[in-house]
Design a protein around this ligand. Sequence first.
Ligand code: PRX
Length: 656
Amino acid sequence: MTEAQQPSALETLLHENRSFSPPPEFTAQANAGDPGIYAQADADYLQWWADWAGLLDWERKWDQVLDWSGAPYAKWFIGGRLNASVQCLDRHVAAGAGARVAYHWEGEPGDTRTLTYADMLAGVCRVANGLKSLGVGKGDRVTLYMPMVPELAMTVLACSRIGAIFSVVFAGFSATSLKDRIQDQDAKLVVCADATWRRGKILDLKAVVDEAVAACPTVDHVLVWRRGEGAHSVSPGLARDIEWSSVVDPQEPQCAPESMDAEDPLFILYTSGTTGKPKGILHTTGGYMTGALATTKLVFDLKEESDVYWCTADIGWITGHSYIVFGPMANGVTQVMYEGAPNHPGLDRFWELVAKYQVSIFYTAPTAIRAFMKWGDEHPARHDLSSLRLLGTVGEPINPEAWVWYLHHIGGGRCPIVDTWWQTETGGIMITPLPGITTTVPGSATLPFPGVSAALVNEAGDPIDGAGGGYLVLDRPWPHMLRGIWGDNARYEETYWSRFPGRYFPGDGAKRDEQGFLWILGRVDDVMNVSGHRLSTMEIESALVDHPAVAEAAVIGVPHELKGQAPVGFVILRGGFEASAELAMELRKHVGTLIGGLARPEQVHFTPELPKTRSGKIMRRLLRDVAEGKHIGDTTTLADPGVLDGLKKEYESREG
Ligand code: PRX
């Protein structure tokens, strides 16, 4: 065989569906190298979590580890008192690590900043004092709308320092989405940046905030941090605007941390559910910090003195909360934070950064990996990636091709990959390999984290033991679990605890293979996963119906090469409106304006009818069959089976 005919290492691995054992030298140095850790945690899971909690700095130790008597409302570390920002800052500085770099920050245009742990502590204290001077105190809600700059992490930590409940809204969300979130939590203050850079352009964030806040009477002030770099000219100041430079910069760099109960709220983070209204997921202090500390330390095998860790998520999502702010900072590691797009100015920007900062641990999403694959192997190949020792993925199931590409082209064939399954609600990683222990298989998130218990059940809630597929449930409380939905206990109980009473239902289907590994199959509800982000079909439908031309709409997620899934809309027009390519484009834009670019449908199809049951319920399953060109499933419950023929024709003509 000539060299060209030899199957590549990638093909071999794929065809043999081979597993990847951690290299012995990795295991030898791993934070978790002994498989006995699982049995040890299971033997007494309360003790396991208490041991982790014991590594935090408590002002007062807890009296009881868990109170589950009020299920599904857990209380962890009852009676304990601590402050989350102290875990991330003061204790490292007190231990002599103040000069260690916390963030190597790089702006998209190439400007850089280096912030040590001591710098971060001083910055956080200044922001905390600034917030106090604006009348913000314990229990007040603060909404953050900021790009990936150190001031976002600082503001998050500053809120936690004074006991204010922060809520970060991803800065790609629209004014309407931002307004809804501010209103839902009755925020007193909004902290934003005037602008950020994205693919060489300035995005005017302040304009979005101005539009949102116009309809938010609870907001006393908008605190504006200036991004600089030519962004000064955007949106003029309004009466309630306060400049960061006048309120924060002059403050003292010391601020005594507020004493918080372990169960005091830390943050609210909104995520999509099956209805049009996003859910404000509530996390509290002691349990969340325990989970963040433990999972980061073991899953990413962090060595705070030598590692450079880079999670490419945005702090606007839960991944950024737990694995850019609280987990890595509680562990005292050095991180890379990058403001902009992965393909600006070149397709190798990430790899340039990995080489420049000698990144050793890299955590990203499968959708990004698929984009890297498409952009071409030559981009990572141009850079020295030998500093990497561990890779991670999160957000959606990873296809084995992408996993194997990641292993070879980024990980040099030597870095273990941790495929981590979790959710906004779980607060931290729940199902994952441990990189020094687990022999991984591409596409499987493998096993529950030590101390976590997951099961598969059938429709009736009966456990499925051994190999098989079913609904994933978590059947034991964990410290970093959500404590509810802000202002809506009924929805909390209904969404997560009613389908399989006593067990937490995340909304995902999964299968277990012969060796006991779990494979997450995706959502089983009306939620789709677009580029690793959760979107509700109902929310997009409401946005379409909001347009004057639309009488009715149905939205489904269809498989997409890069995004994993993409939203596709089916729309019935009101009388007097004509279907056209221009109108389809306008409707797509309308969704983008109402929710955010992420939610913009890939396609909009016009149809005179939608497939409905006799009781009027839209059968999205049949729309999915049409979109995927599948044999149309059972249509016996359909009010008018003829509807599907028309839909199929419309779909196929637009596809072609
Ligand atoms: O469907 C699962 C998918 O993402 C959902 C959680 O979305 P979100 O709360 O936005 O959090 C994303 C980042 C933690 C889950 O219900 N998901 C997340 N990670 C994985 C995954 N699906 C498969 N494999 C994963 N590793």
